[in-house]
Design a protein around this ligand. Structure first.
Ligand code: MN
Length: 523
């Protein structure tokens, strides 16, 4: 019989307070609703004493969340505890999460208290909390670097005061699984009445061990695990929720524990957090990363086509992710290329395939994986030569606080030069309209992503854009120190792909209408 593990999600507190992940009150509310839908047991909504905005954010979540418990963080002082009480006042099930740094480093440099004075303050704060809350959790901050005997004294004191949950945080991501296991077992052996409380784990990922340490703690007897969506959190982040719950499910044979999470919502929740914060996960992120179910090696692809279990320990569907992708790159074989092209509707003769495969390998030498559009372009190269692509001659845009922005674009194609200027809602929009005017092929931009490559003010901008024409999408990517130029290069690369398969798709009806001959100028 599997034992139940309680999930304490701290994306909105530990996660939100890390650089780049700040959210508005409305965004927090959207995520809190998703977390409740996902089925977490406790949502740590924030740190009400931090600012009036934090307090009102916690109040809004406390009002909206009905099934999960809502927790608020507080230091051991009256002001923090009272702020938490105001924040959680509307909650159906509120929990005060008190913490105090108990390691020698924290005692010396944060509070300047000796151990007895610290213990005294902790007990007084727990008593005040008990008067205002029916449910209390206590965290001896930096527990994994706290003197063992003192940690036992602190945990004994808060257990005696009647807290329901004792969290043993690895605040700085310092511990290793075996040491953490020992510490939790020690508390179970030495603290009287500990069987009546829920032991909890809160691990940071500074050494990449947050999930491993959390699982070790569960095996040692912890029954609550604190974690975040996408593993976000201070510094290297917290233990990732999706990794923990999936490890428990996939390895139920040696980790016989269950959670109340709806696994099929994991991917969606991860995507929502990325969309709200504008920060995507790294491609190789376990469970929810773009490459988590992508296969490029030909050997792997062949195995996978015969039986998915050869290279997948779980299905993408089980975590709500899109189907496995067979990405074609220089590790893919001729057969995988032929299979993909057939799926895309291009059946080639053996000679054609040889020709396309050679070109495919050449394209791969540049070091990139080829998407479906690239493959179609390669396959079509066997047929009458496609129209030559447009190249950029000049891009100039003016932008600022005065609207609208303007852009002038000059493109060359097959020895001819075309120019157009356009107005737009910002320089990128204006430049894209100018390109559309020249090509006579307006598209719908379905995805636009701009990110900095490197740091500092002279960093380069990388733009990824996906455009849709009829029911097909084409993507382009480009890098430039000028973000408008990068945007146009990326856009043009996508549009060129679209033009190269123009005979495959119906040109958009609006093309003729949108063409504005009076401002298009052939040079
Ligand atoms: Mn933390």
């Amino acid at each position: 019989m599997s034992e139940r593990i309680y999930l304490f999600d701290t994306t909105l507190r530990d996660g939100e307070q890390s650089p780049g992940y700040g959210m508005t009150a409305e965004q927090k509310l959207v995520l809190a609703r998703q977390l409740e839908e996902l089925g977490v047991d406790v949502i740590e909504a924030g740190f009400p004493a931090a600012s009036p905005e934090d307090l009102s954010g916690v109040r809004q979540i406390a009002c909206a969340v009905k099934h999960a418990r809502v927790a608020a963080l507080a230091r051991c002082n009256d002001g923090d505890i009272d702020a938490a009480a105001r924040g959680l006042e509307p909650a159906e099930r509120g929990r005060l999460h008190l913490f105090f740094g108990t390691s020698q480093l924290h005692l010396q440099h944060k509070t300047g208290l000796d151990r007895d004075a610290a213990l005294d303050l902790i007990v007084r704060s727990v008593r005040r909390g008990k008067r205002l809350f029916s449910e209390l959790e206590f965290s001896p901050e930096d527990a994994t670097r706290t003197d063992e005997d003192f940690l036992i004294r602190v945990v004994q004191a808060v257990v005696d005061e009647g807290v329901q949950v004792v969290n043993i945080p690895d605040t700085v991501g310092y511990t290793v699984p075996e040491e953490y296991t020992r510490r939790i077992r020690l508390l179970k052996e030495r603290v009287r009445g500990i069987e009546g409380v829920i032991l909890s784990t809160h691990c940071h990922n500074d050494l990449g061990l947050a999930v491993a340490n959390s699982l070790a703690a569960i095996q040692a007897g912890a029954r609550q695990v604190e974690c975040t969506i996408n593993g976000i959190g201070e510094r290297a982040g917290n233990a990732s929720l999706e990794e923990i719950v999936t490890a428990l499910r996939v390895r139920e044979d040696c980790l016989p524990f269950t959670t109340s999470v709806r696994h099929e919502l994991l991917y969606q929740t991860s995507q929502l957090l990325s969309a709200l914060t504008g920060v995507s996960t790294q491609p190789n992120k376990a469970i929810v990363g773009r490459n988590a179910f992508a296969h490029e090696s030909g050997v792997h692809q062949q195995g996978l086509l015969k039986d998915r279990r050869t290279y997948e320990i779980m299905t993408p569907e089980s975590v709500g992710a899109p189907p496995s992708q067979l990405v074609l790159g220089r590790h893919s074989g001729r057969r995988a290329l032929a299979a993909r092209l057939t799926e895309l509707g291009y059946t080639l003769s053996a000679a054609e395939l040889n020709h396309v495969y050679d070109r495919f390998l050449k394209a791969c030498e540049v070091g990139k994986a080829l998407d479906d559009d690239d493959l179609i372009a390669l396959a079509l190269d066997n047929r009458p030569p496609p129209e030559p692509p447009y190249a950029i001659n000049l891009v100039q845009a003016t932008a600022g606080t005065v609207k609208p922005a303007t852009a002038t674009v000059q493109l060359t194609r097959g020895g001819e030069t075309f120019a157009a200027c356009a107005l737009g809602d910002g320089p990128v929009d204006a430049a894209y309209s100018a390109v559309d005017t020249i090509t006579g092929y307006p598209t719908q931009v379905v995805e636009y992503e701009l990110r900095a490559v490197g740091t500092g003010r002279d960093t380069e901008g990388e733009v990824l854009v996906r455009v849709q024409i009829a029911d097909k999408t084409f993507s382009g990517r480009a890098v430039d120190t000028d973000i408008v130029a990068a945007s146009v290069k990326a856009y043009l690369s996508a549009v060129n792909k679209a033009l190269s398969v123009r005979n495959q798709i119906r040109p958009p009806q609006v093309a003729a209408a949108k063409r504005a001959p009076q401002i298009i100028q052939q040079l």
